[in-house]
Design a protein around this ligand. Sequence first.
Ligand code: COA
Length: 253
Amino acid sequence: MSLKEEIDNIMNKDPAARSALEVVLCYPGFHALIIYRIANWFWLKRFYTFARLISHIGRIQTGIEIHPGAQIGKRVFIDHGMGVVVGETTIIGDDVVIYQGVTLGAGSDARGGFKTRGKKRHPTLGKGVIVGSGAEIQGPVIIGDNVQVASGSIVLKDVPENSIVVGVPGRVIYQDGKRVDGPVPDIEAQAIKALKDQMTELSHKINALMAATGVSEVQVNQSSKNKENSEMTIDEQSILNDPVDVFLHGAGI
Ligand SMILES: CC(C)(COP(=O)(O)OP(=O)(O)OC[C@H]1O[C@@H](n2cnc3c(N)ncnc32)[C@H](O)[C@@H]1OP(=O)(O)O)[C@@H](O)C(=O)NCCC(=O)NCCS
């Protein structure tokens, strides 16, 4: 792929790119891929350490770490790119877009050390895949053509083509434009809700005990006092008073 094709590709894919000069001077994803292609050339000629050195210089320059042994197709665009890691046995198809902070990593094989050398340990991305910022794809999984991996997802299994995968661990929620799974549960919010429910139950028990022993009731939950004198619903009032409820409301719980 020529330099002109690399530049045209970025200008086609990024609305923020206003000129070829801007791409050449200011796009770390562009620099990283040029440096990768040089490093990969030396890697294929078996100059392994020199190839790694070039790759390392690219990492210092761009914040993007691409192992020279990775296989990267045409018109790939790494947008922003800081923190991107592409492992040795990764295969990236044509027209893939990767945002900052993406890891295409070895998964559990990373713990195998030298015993897994030469083994396919990293993902294979089909054509037209988009990997959102901060997403991780770990292990020798196959991500089908035109898959969109949502930002922040952790994908550990194969994903069929034309899907949208979201969440931790990644789940396919759309395939061929059709919904195939319900909303992704927010596990942290559910855990916080369970703790809050337990606290509320304990508060009621403490208050019942204090009432039984003649001690005046403690104000454990401010929202439960305010709701008595307001026309707002309990939910509305609780949200106004309790930051935990504000969080849970934001999480849709
Ligand atoms: C996954 C993605 C590619 C899908 O985009 P899209 O086709 O326009 O679809 P939507 O944004 O409508 O999202 C589809 C569904 O995925 C959910 N979703 C999107 N991103 C999500 C995320 N990061 N985590 C969890 N769910 C997510 C949406 O809530 C929506 O669910 P719904 O149908 O129940 O409402 C996109 O949301 C994404 O993450 N793009 C990466 C963007 C990025 O990294 N930008 C960095 C720029 S600097």
